[in-house]
Every structure is written in C-alpha cells, then in structure tokens.
Design a protein around this ligand. Structure first.
Ligand code: TYD
Length: 139
C-alpha cells in the first residue's frame, strides 16, 4: 500500500547556458517507470484546481514546465503538499494516492507522464470509495 512518503521530488539534470537552459528526463532513469502516455495542462485560469482523484494502477511524473502549482497527495491518513515552480524538478506520484493539483498560476504549464494508457476505469473519483479501497488494502 502506497503512502505519501512514497511521493518523491526528483531533481532533473540542468544545463545552464546563456542561450537558455536545458533539462531532460529519461524513462526508467529519472522517471522510475516506462512512459506510456504524456499529456499537459495549459491555459489554466490563475487559482484554478484540477485532478481530485486517485489512480488504481497509473503512476505519474509531474513537471511544472512554466509557472507554478501545488500537488496535494493524500493516502487516507496523511496529506502532503508539494509546490512545483521549477522546470528542473519532477514529482513522482505512485498509484493508490488521492491527488489534487491546486493554485495554478496564470500561464502555468504542467507536463505529466503516465505509466499506463488512458483508462477511465483506472480513475477513482469518489473520495469515500478511495478511503474504503485504501482501508481494505486494495490500492
Ligand atoms: P482528467 O484526467 O479527468 O483531468 P483532471 O484530473 O485534471 O481533471 O482528464 C480530463 C479529460 O481528458 C477527461 O475527459 C479524459 C480526457 N483525457 C484523455 O482522453 N486522455 C488522457 O490521457 C487524459 C489525462 C485525459
């Protein structure tokens, strides 16, 4: 069973350059899973929130490419807040945690990598159901 202590901030390589900095990620290296899917969230009105749900199987790796937002993770017992505001940090979120993205700054850009293809059945959208599954040790 995953807990909020399994969520990790991972510092990515950064090549500082007067022409502009460069960072990168590699699957099974900085990202501890094989990437099946990449998506991004953009044009978010300042202050907006997204993604109040948990995944049964999908692991995620989240990068704030531009601007800032907070990721709140919750294992049913404890919550932790991670402030993402640099493009050379990634947040690894294992499956089985309730997670929400909040406080998006205007013009922020969130890049997310997933370990499985999109599957609507992988989402747990109800918090009470999440707690029950967590208590039963099913996620
Ligand atoms: P969703 O994951 O619910 O966004 P959030 O958790 O931030 O509110 O996704 C929003 C919509 O986008 C949803 O209707 C399904 C669709 N979607 C895909 O088709 N493929 C994907 O990989 C993702 C992440 C979402």
């Amino acid at each position: 069973m995953t807990t909020v202590d399994d969520v990790k901030v991972i510092e990515l390589p950064k090549f500082t350059d007067p022409r502009g900095n460069l960072s990168f990620v590699e699957q099974l290296n900085h990202i501890p899973f094989e990437i099946k899917r990449t998506y991004w969230i953009y044009d978010v009105p300042g202050g907006e929130s997204r993604g109040g749900h948990a995944f049964r199987k999908n692991q995620e790796f989240i990068v704030s490419l531009s601007g800032a937002f907070d990721v709140i993770v919750d294992d049913g017992r404890h919550k932790k807040k991670f402030e993402l505001n640099r493009s050379y940090y990634g947040l690894y979120v294992p499956a089985g945690l309730w997670r929400e993205m909040v406080n998006f700054s205007t013009n922020s850009l969130a890049l997310e990598f997933g370990s499985i293809f999109y599957d609507v059945n992988d989402y747990i959208l109800n918090y009470d159901e999440f707690l029950n599954l967590k208590n039963d040790g099913e996620i």
